[in-house]
Structures are given as C-alpha cells and as structure tokens.
Design a protein around this ligand. Structure first.
Ligand code: FE2
Length: 248
C-alpha cells in the first residue's frame, strides 16, 4: 500500500504536490531484477502508477551499469523495458517511459566508451555516478573524454559523495567544467541521514543543482519522495529557476 492510500485510509486530507512542472524524472531503477531496484514487474507497475498520479508524464529509467556487480548491457535493459511497457499497456497506465543507464565510472567504463553505444537520453545526456568509497583515479579523464565526444554529463547524487564534503572545491571544479548536478530529492527528506540532507541543502544554497531525480528503487523510496515534495528546500530549488528537468 502506497503512502497516498494510507493517508486516505486514515481519513486525512492530503494535498498532493503536482510534479507535472518537472515533467520528467531522469533517474530510477524500474526494470525488474537486473540491479538493486524493483524485484518484479508488479513492483515496477505499482511505482510507475504512483509517478503518474504525482503528475509525471515521462520517465527515463536508468539501471546500474557496472563492471563488477551489475553487468547490464543495452540488450538486457531494452528487453526488460519491453516487459515493463507491455505490463503498463495491460494496466492502462499511459506514461512515456524510456531507458538509459546509470554508469559507474569504474575500471570497465573506458572500454564501454570506446565501443560506443552508451545509453543516453535527451540531447546526448548521460547519467554517471562515482563509487561511494573513493572516485576512480581516472574519473576526470573519463568525463572529459565524454565531453569531447559531445556528451552532456550528468553527475548523479553529488550530495552523497562524502569524500569531498570537506573540500567543496572538488564539486565546484566539476561544475566549472560544465557537468550537470542531479540531486536525489529523497536526500532532502533525510533518506540517507542528516549529513547528506545538510549537504543537499548547502548545494541548493550554492546554486549547484541543475536537475532533480527520484533514484526510485522501491516503495520505501517512493514514501521518502512524496515526503520531500513538501520540503522547503525543494521549493527553494524550484523557485530558483535552475532546474532543467523539463528540457530533457
Ligand atoms: Fe541510482
């Protein structure tokens, strides 16, 4: 049961935030059983139904693509996407959904780049993430090579990279290089703890955030996501006019 249903069941009046102004969510794990996101197609459909109720008209789902753990390929991802699309048709859920990837900048990334066929969206936008322990020693050259090839690089959840918290210049350098920063909205509702929440607020204050994403994995994420809809920092970000979700 989703948060909406729970609130309705308890007879509480609840004004839903209308996410249609964002139009598009660009970061989620909605393809069954290929990463640490949804387990089956039912879970996927349930979350997508809730996205639709929130006002979204387009979803770009981004399974993990890694060298060691989630060895997803475009073929695996597109086949899973087809399964989800068929289930949505069956359930009469009308929403645009496409797939790309959340690329970990790891030992295998360079080869994927050289082979071509990277999964992108929008105007050659590519979503990349760094390890949570330490960034790959060559991550900057990977990013700059992508930029030279005309990709628009989006850094997923910069607020979660704790190794740079005491050295914010590292974030600023990436921004200066034209990399877009995508905040996980759930960071603002404390989904990853108080420190991440504070860093997310600081990045909003410093006008560093270009895009917001759900990073949706399961119902627990959805509940945090809905909670963040009323967060004053999210509204500050919306009012800043910096968000580019609708341009993708
Ligand atoms: Fe993710």
């Amino acid at each position: 049961m989703g948060l909406f249903d729970l609130l309705l069941k308890r007879g509480r009046t609840f004004k839903r935030f209308d996410f249609s102004q964002l139009c598009c969510d660009l970061h989620s794990h909605l393809i069954p059983d290929i990463d640490d996101g949804v387990i089956d197609v039912e879970e996927s459909v349930s979350l997508i139904r809730q996205f639709k109720q929130l006002g979204f008209t387009r979803l770009i789902t981004t399974p993990h693509i890694q060298h060691e753990f989630f060895k997803n390929t475009p073929e695996i991802i597109n086949s899973g996407l087809e399964e989800v699309k068929q289930a949505l048709i069956k359930e009469n859920i009308d929403i645009e959904i496409e797939a790309a990837g959340e690329y970990l900048l790891d030992d295998g990334f360079e080869k994927k780049m050289q082979n071509g066929g990277l999964m992108t969206f929008g105007k050659k936008h590519i979503l990349v993430e760094l390890s949570f322990y330490s960034p790959h020693p060559n991550f900057k050259s990977f990013i700059f090579d992508l930029q030279l090839d005309g990709y628009q690089v989006i850094m997923a959840h910069p607020e979660r990279y704790s190794y740079w918290y005491r050295d914010f210049k590292k974030f600023e350098e990436l921004k200066d290089r034209g990399i877009l920063f995508q905040l996980n909205l759930v960071s603002l509702s404390g989904h990853y703890g108080e420190t991440v929440k504070k860093i997310a607020q600081k990045m909003i204050e410093m006008q560093m955030i270009d895009l917001v994403g759900s990073d949706m994995h399961n119902q627990h994420y959805m509940n945090s996501y809905i909670k963040a809809a009323s967060n004053k920092w999210f509204h500050k970000l919306l009012a800043s006019g910096n968000l580019k979700n609708h341009t993708l």
